[in-house]
Ligand binder design. Structure first.
Ligand SMILES: [Cu+2]
Length: 186
């Protein structure tokens, strides 16, 4: 999953590359092991502990993971408009652009797989929603049918952490009941 030592400075990310690695932050980010919560320390895959990696990606904190709190996998939802809430453990949620170590913001992938390249910024379109204000829930509207949802965390520049933090991809079924269609007044 770690794409070798790619240094991504394409046009899209030029700005990110300029500001990605302030040396002061790199030092601030190294309090490995100082955390009181020791229960997650044996999760080998999480939290590389390296300061910013050479490709400029933000390391995931130790033991960090994200999950969709609701809906759950397989839920049948009787409305085309419904709430989704996002969970994050061992990582803070901060608005995009805020460079605080150990934080990121949520992205909801709707009917879309994980981006094939997890080392550059997540696209922004109707299947890749960014919650750049630091939101931890949202209300979405989907047509009747089968849909998939997946969360993907990313750093201040919308680039997934290293290693990347994403939830399980869940499947839901939108089956509005006749009485629940009232909301389509416009
Ligand atoms: Cu984003």
């Amino acid at each position: 999953m770690i794409a070798a030592q790619r240094r991504i400075c394409g046009p899209l990310l030029a700005l990110a590359c300029l500001i990605a690695v302030p040396p002061a932050l790199a030092h601030a980010q190294a309090p490995a092991g100082a955390s009181p919560g020791s229960e997650e320390h044996d999760h080998a895959s999480a939290g590389s502990g390296e300061a910013e990696s050479r490709d400029g990606r933000t390391p995931s904190p130790a033991g960090a993971y994200v999950y969709i709190g609701w809906p759950q996998d397989g839920t049948v939802i009787h409305s085309t408009r419904f709430k989704v809430w996002f969970g994050a453990r061992n990582i803070g949620v901060a608005p995009s652009g805020v460079r605080v170590p150990g934080t990121g913001h949520h992205h909801l992938l709707i009917d879309a797989p994980l981006p094939s390249d997890l080392t550059s910024a997540i696209p922004s379109d109707k299947s890749h929603l960014h919650f750049g204000l630091g939101e931890t829930e949202t209300v979405i509207e989907l047509p009747p049918g089968r849909h998939t949802l997946q969360l993907l965390m990313a750093d201040a520049d919308h680039v997934p952490h290293n290693p990347p933090l994403f939830s399980r991809r869940i499947t839901i079924y939108v089956r509005p009941s006749p009485s629940a269609r009232v909301s389509s007044a416009e």
